[in-house]
Design a protein around this ligand. Structure first.
Ligand SMILES: C[S@@+](CC[C@H](N)C(=O)[O-])C[C@H]1O[C@@H](n2cnc3c(N)ncnc32)[C@H](O)[C@@H]1O
Length: 290
């Protein structure tokens, strides 16, 4: 017997539901087509685990039923399927050097460039449960001089409607606040109307953020330009051509003085874009390329 066949038998003997190559290939084709997400073979167990939960919740008999449901009615279950597959790991002030750069270098430049309009626009694309846009909001409100006299807006979007709802609610357990200093907890969070051990972000942060579900593979219903785009730890799930198309589209959305921030394991290597690398996963518009 081949080692692949042995592995398949071992896998199925530990599984509540039969999960074959046909199921896995169909599911990964659907997630690639709908969300741009590429799932390699190492993600097989992850897909099984997350969708077995979904199958149980729906009272289905197994993966045959689940695949048939997705094929039959892409609209209704497709969103839940994508929600189940996405990986939403995030944290407040994750990759903190980007927030330091924003406060010390980018914001002073934006303030000069936008002195006439007094508008500032930042996009958190792939915002997950909200820690990234709230970290951006704290940084902006702390670093823009007389911020109350500026029109500051953060657009925070994600394909996963569940995480967008969590982000909008803005309530976090203490264990989620590790990246937030005591002074910032005091200034930007309250324990009022929260269960024990929970913190709620203050309205001042929520007021400058607009949360919305958005699939980056679809049309974007806004024009920009953004002073900064944060798309961190999202591109890693896409194949190279999809990443390159996104960089091109971000190039069309970014102001001349703008910056694009990507995640620690991501790179624009090989992409033909208007951006030039100026620091750790930090890109600026190359004026000559525009
Ligand atoms: C690992 S989280 C990163 C969160 C945050 N940007 C950070 O760096 O902490 C990746 C997020 O990308 C979202 N995502 C994946 N594919 C997407 C797509 N096609 N359109 C929009 N968001 C997507 C996922 O739902 C997930 O919340």
């Amino acid at each position: 017997m081949s080692s692949a066949a042995t592995a398949a038998i071992e896998r199925s003997s530990t599984h509540e539901y039969d999960f074959t190559d046909r199921h896995f290939n169909l599911l990964r084709e659907l997630v690639a087509r709908h969300a741009g997400i590429t799932l390699n073979d190492s993600k097989r167990e992850l897909v099984y685990g997350r969708l077995a939960r979904r199958i149980r919740a729906l009272g289905l008999r197994g993966f045959d039923d689940y695949c048939a449901l997705l094929e039959r009615d892409e609209g209704a279950e497709m969103g839940e399927f994508i929600n189940a597959i996405t990986t939403n790991l995030t944290a407040f002030f994750r990759e903190n050097h980007h927030f330091d750069f924003l406060a010390q270098t980018a914001i002073p430049e934006f303030v000069k460039a936008n002195a006439a309009s007094r508008r500032l626009r930042i996009w958190s694309a792939g915002c997950s449960t909200g820690e990234e846009p709230y970290s951006l909001a704290m940084t902006l409100l702390e670093s823009v001089p007389s911020a109350e006299r500026w029109d500051i807006r953060i657009l925070a979007t994600d394909i996963d409607s569940n995480v967008v709802a969590t982000a909008q609610a803005g309530v976090y357990g203490e264990n989620r606040l590790q990246g937030v200093s005591a002074a910032r907890r005091q200034q930007w969070f309250t324990k009022q109307d929260c269960a024990a051990g929970q913190f709620r972000v203050k309205p001042a942060l929520q007021e400058i953020i607009r949360f919305a579900p958005l699939n980056l593979m679809h049309e974007w219903p806004f024009k920009g330009p953004f002073d900064a785009i944060f798309c961190r730890n999202v591109l890693i799930y896409f194949d190279k051509p999809t990443q390159h198309r996104l960089f091109e589209r971000y190039g069309q959305m970014i102001a001349n003085h703008g910056y694009l921030f990507i995640g620690h394991s991501e790179s624009m290597f090989g992409a033909n874009t208007v951006f030039e690398l100026i620091g750790r996963t930090t890109y600026r518009v190359n004026r000559g390329a525009r």
